[in-house]
Design a protein around this ligand. Structure first.
Ligand code: HEM
Ligand SMILES: [Cu+2]
Length: 646
């Protein structure tokens, strides 16, 4: 598609053959559609395992949680706009502040990035589905129901209230006797099953379902991020699961894991939590860098500089991320020598991130930058992430951390990384891939307005928090005294937050609108290089009519792909070797089914019963879960496809 179609000047597809695959053969299209399409009925829609449908559902659901978390943030900022404000009670403030953090970290940013990855991965690797489509459906429903479960806490006025990291002894049954913490613990245990299942799904898909010829060294960088964070989930989640399990055992059945008076250790929670949660910070950040590594080369019209180093840096960040957790515990009185190692490791980890940033800068330096909306978000990401990185390295210095910890300096730091970084990267990706998913271009003028409001609002809102923090404004307090001299900075922060919120609202609206409005996008509106731009926009139910065979990091720029077999005898996708992408055989993928949903519902019943302390019902829920699982795994003899014709 030429630039004039998309309204973005300066972009031209390099390969004009881009959207030709499978167009010439309508009979083939019909055959494949019959195999892969989900019928248009309610039951079928619930039972669907289509990665594009589920990926979009993931993203929409996560954005609903983003809006909820955003409303909580706006209430917090309203309360803090003036000193000695009485709008929100201390008790309500604790719940809003905790649910804001929990929502943003667990119900929004990780699921939304996963949703993108479930939608995009098969398209990027030339496959027809994820490796485990039914597991993907389970992941989605478990995520949805775990989120609903946690939000149900507001209905009885007992939302989690001990901060997103839920420290003991504050969170034990003595100090927090309501159901608040049980919602946190049981909800996150439930959600963890979804996250873990999704991680295994990504790992196997990326390693085994790549198009023939796509080796690890030629696969797109976004997939290196997905692969890295999926491994990080697999290795970090168990620590959190153990911590949550211990806490619930202590709260309900009087075990003594964290109670110092009975021989437990309150710090045990902090260790287990941060062994998980520091990697989590990368789990919710690296996918956004992966998105940038796709966006930047496209809008610089050249391959990324140092592809291999960016891939290695991603893996290195994921790995070193497991060795820095104690930097969250510098103020707990651990031995000096031990802490200094963690301080050093925390500084070290900035090196791979710097490598990635320099690779992007070099790409821009040698390329011809086109300032379309995705690229603007990418540039803002770089600026804001560098600021967040600098404040991060500052807090890795232990004496500085002692001054800054538990102040708004930290609130500024985390938002520069997670909002200025992850969320801006996410918007870069959303504007970049929306034309693929919807087939229409977003309105450039409205998108740019959204960008500038977000950029200005974010920096006006959050930069002053560095100052208010250094001046002594503690985090997690519901108000401050007029005499503290913090009123001016807080008012500025509140104004910025509301500007940011307006920008986000306009941005989300403009993205949603291009579902049905705007110029047609065509297969490859940005003239991008990777395989997802080879198929139609929006992609058909079977993604690719013919298996693409690839031989390059930039197949659409080099024209280095060819048309493989159509595999139209059953639901088939090619299986390849993990490293080189040598073809093995086509594999058959499962049909739509309702058991994934049934399992998620049975688990919801079990967790709700644990919360309500109805042990018999909880046991029944878990047994039903196992029965549904057995039914799910039962071999479907009638449908086993005959040996696939290659
Ligand atoms: C929509 C714009 C946002 C605004 C205006 C905002 C505002 C705030 C404020 C004022 C606090 C401090 C509350 C306190 O310490 O009393 C806070 C805490 C926090 N925010 Fe945000 N935030 C926003 C978006 C995000 C996003 C996108 C994320 C993560 C992806 C995030 C993650 C957190 C976390 C983890 C905390 C710490 C909660 C705790 O102390 O337990 N926020 N936010
Ligand atoms: Cu950390």
């Amino acid at each position: 598609m030429l630039a004039s179609d998309g309204g973005v000047s300066g972009l031209r597809p390099v390969s004009s053959a881009a959207d030709d695959i499978g167009r010439g053969d309508p009979a083939l299209s019909t055959r494949l559609t019959a195999l892969w399409e989900t019928p248009d009925t309610w039951v079928a829609r619930i039972a669907t395992v289509d990665h594009k449908t589920l990926g979009k559902r993931y993203v929409y659901t996560a954005f609903v949680f983003f809006v909820l978390g955003g409303i909580e943030a706006l209430l917090i900022r309203l309360q803090l706009a003036r000193p000695d404000n009485t709008l929100i009670s201390p008790n309500a403030y604790n719940q809003l502040m905790t649910m804001h953090g929990v929502t943003m970290m667990f119900l929004f940013i990780q699921p939304v990035l996963s949703g993108f990855s479930f939608y995009l991965t098969p398209l990027m690797i030339g496959a027809r589905e994820l490796a485990f489509p039914r597991l993907n459906a389970f992941s989605y429903y478990a995520f949805l129901l775990a989120g609903v479960f946690m939000y149900a806490s507001f209905a009885i006025g007992q939302a989690p209230n001990a901060g997103w990291f839920n420290y003991t002894p504050l969170a034990d049954a003595v100090h927090d006797p309501g159901r608040n913490i049980d919602f946190y613990v049981l909800g996150l245990l439930f959600l963890g099953t979804s996250t873990t299942a999704g991680a295994f799904n990504s790992i196997v898909t990326i390693l085994k379902l790549r198009a023939p010829g796509m080796s690890l060294s030629t696969m797109p960088l976004f997939l290196w991020s997905s692969l890295t964070v999926s491994f990080a989930v697999v290795f970090s989640m168990p620590a959190f699961t153990v911590a949550l399990g211990f806490l619930e055992l202590e709260r309900q059945w009087h075990f003594a894991f964290f109670d110092a008076a009975r021989g437990g250790s309150a710090l045990l929670w902090q260790h287990l939590f941060w062994v998980f949660a520091h990697p989590w910070v990368y789990i919710v950040f690296l996918p956004a860098t992966g998105m940038l590594s796709m966006v930047i080369p496209t809008f610089c019209r050249r391959p990324i500089t140092g592809h291999t180093y960016v891939a290695l840096s991603t893996v290195a960040t994921g790995a070193i991320g497991f060795g820095v957790w104690v930097h969250h515990m510098f103020a707990t009185g651990l031995p000096q020598l031990e802490m200094s190692f963690f301080g050093g490791a925390s500084m070290l980890i900035s090196i791979p991130s710097a490598v990635t940033i320099f690779a992007w800068l070099a790409t821009m330096w040698y390329g011809r930058v086109v300032l379309a909306t995705p690229m603007l978000f990418a540039l803002a990401f770089i600026v804001q992430f560098v600021i967040g990185g600098v404040s991060g390295v500052m807090t890795a210095a232990i004496p500085f951390d002692w001054q800054a910890t538990d102040t708004y300096f930290i609130v500024a730091h985390i938002h520069y990384v997670l909002l200025g970084g992850s969320v801006f990267g996410l918007f870069a990706g959303a504007y970049y891939w929306a034309p693929k998913a919807y087939g229409h271009m977003p309105n450039e003028a409205v998108s740019k307005l959204a960008f500038w409001l977000m950029f200005v609002g974010f920096n006006v809102g959050f930069f002053p928090m560095h100052m208010s923090g250094l001046l002594g404004m503690p985090r997690r307090v519901y108000t401050y005294a007029a005499s503290s001299g913090l009123a001016g900075l807080n008012l500025i922060s509140t104004v910025g937050a509301y500007l940011l919120a307006i920008g986000i609202a306009i941005g989300l609206w403009s993205l949603y609108r291009c579902r049905s409005h705007g110029p047609a996008a065509g297969a490859n509106p940005w003239g991008a290089a990777s395989l997802e731009w080879l198929t139609t926009s929006p992609p058909r139910p079977f993604n690719f009519a013919h298996v693409p065979l690839v031989d390059s990091r930039h197949p659409l720029w080099d024209g280095a792909y060819s048309v493989g077999p159509s595999l139209d005898g059953a639901r088939l996708s090619p299986l390849t070797t993990a490293v080189d992408g040598e073809p093995v055989a086509p594999i058959a993928l499962p049909e739509d089914n309702v058991w994934s949903v049934a399992i998620a519902v049975a688990m919801l019943v079990a967790f709700a019963a644990l919360l309500a302390r109805i042990d018999v019902l909880a046991a029944a829920g878990f047994v039903t879960t196992l029965l549904c699982l057995a039914r799910w795994m039962w071999p479907a003899s009638a449908h086993t496809p005959a040996a696939a014709e290659a």
